[in-house]
Design a protein around this ligand. Structure first.
Ligand code: HEM
Length: 210
């Protein structure tokens, strides 16, 4: 009831500010949800969990890409709507420079680092032919690090992450990602070493070539 009266008084005073405040939080949650699902699908695919269902790989690849684009879109909304937040009142420079925000600078800085990583690593997919698939794959692995930074940021600087309705799904989603990461790492360690090339036996004179 008290919460509702606070909300109503905020709306009646300045609906635009209230909308900005809501947009910052809603877009942060959408970005994190999309990022979590993207990381799940990427790790499940790279960890070989779709090996027995090759027909699913194409669909999973498309959903993975769409979710990554949705995360980038929501992240841009998150950063831009902050500029209209009448309570935090950050400058453009504070939004752009990591660890410079007056509100929870360390935790918000983690979000800014995660944001830059997501903005750079996501679109690198479209450059993989130019940079080479192997190099692209090793760069793309850092998406998981960006995701973990984003989780730290959401817990440290969010308002609603103190409530069970947001904290529990957030921790559950992170736990699933950590399990998938462990499966992926175990699979990478189990991969057989490339065969050792034997030197060809010296050819005897007069013998027929095989
Ligand atoms: C991948 C990147 C990011 C994700 C997934 C993300 C997600 C989130 C989430 C889920 C919240 C919690 C909302 C709540 O509890 O109400 C939040 C809060 C916040 N984020 Fe981000 N964020 C990201 C990047 C950024 C960046 C780049 C900035 C700054 C430029 C930023 C600034 C903030 C601030 C100031 C809050 C606190 C808002 C408030 O409680 O009023 N975030 N973010």
């Amino acid at each position: 009831m008290v919460g509702m009266s606070v909300v109503l008084s905020a709306v009646s005073r300045d609906p635009l500010q209230y909308a900005a405040w809501l947009t910052v939080r809603a877009s942060g949650m959408v970005a994190l949800a999309a990022l979590t699902l993207t990381v799940w699908l990427g790790l499940a695919s790279a960890g070989g969990l779709l090996k027995r269902r090759p027909q699913l790989r194409g669909t999973v690849g498309i959903v993975h890409e769409m979710l990554a684009l949705a995360a980038i879109g929501a992240l841009v909304v998150h950063g831009v709507s902050l500029l209209f937040d009448g309570w935090l009142k950050p400058s453009v420079l504070q939004v752009l420079v990591p660890f410079s925000m007056s509100h929870a600078p360390f935790w918000t800085g983690l979000g800014q680092l995660a944001g830059y990583a997501v903005l750079l690593l996501g679109p690198s997919f479209y450059l993989r032919k130019r940079i080479g698939a192997k190099r692209w794959r090793s760069i793309h692995r850092f998406t998981t690090v960006a995701f973990l930074l984003a989780v730290g940021h959401a817990i440290g600087s969010g308002t609603d992450t103190g409530s069970a309705w947001l904290l529990l799904p957030l921790l559950g989603g992170t736990a699933v990602a950590v399990v998938l990461l462990a499966i992926r790492a175990a699979r990478a360690n189990r991969r057989p070493a490339p065969p050792v090339r034997r030197a060809a036996p010296p050819r005897r004179s007069g013998a027929l070539a095989p």
